[in-house]
Design a protein around this ligand. Structure first.
Ligand SMILES: [Zn+2]
Length: 138
């Protein structure tokens, strides 16, 4: 997949945009911890270094920024007006990687859950977290 990227984007480093301990991620972590769930963070042994790993449930949770991970139809996911030739391949690359990692995780027996940044806004966060917990336990 990466071979289809234009020169330059290949050296693109996820770690530069996917900083650890971002606020949305902390919100989810605090909630899960309060629910008694224990997890590992940014596990390098798993494809894509998932944000949160719940070994007991064979589940990984990604906390995705809506822009960086191209949340479909989301108001927070707007392409910058300048330099589309730069952004489009970059964001497509992220989306491709996300999809590949999900497939690889699945083949290793892991379930992938995704929480989007916009789902953690004050008005909706309670529902999002309750729903996440239901999915983990299902
Ligand atoms: Zn979104």
């Amino acid at each position: 997949m990466t071979s289809s990227f234009p020169k330059g984007s290949r050296s693109y480093n996820m770690s530069r945009i996917k900083s650890t301990d971002t606020r949305p991620e902390m919100l989810v972590r605090r909630y899960l911890f309060a629910q008694g769930l224990r997890y590992r963070l940014h596990d390098r042994r798993l494809p894509g270094k998932p944000d949160i790993v719940l070994p007991k449930y064979k589940t990984v949770i990604h906390i995705h920024g809506c822009f960086w991970h191209s949340h479909a139809g989301c108001v927070l996911n707007r392409l910058p007006k300048s330099k589309p030739e730069y952004w489009i391949p970059k964001l497509q690359g992220n989306a491709n990687r996300d999809a590949e990692n999900s497939v690889r995780l699945k083949s290793l027996g892991w379930r992938t859950l995704t929480v989007w940044e916009c789902e953690l806004k004050p008005k909706v966060i309670a529902d999002t977290l309750a729903s996440l917990l239901r999915q983990i336990n299902s």
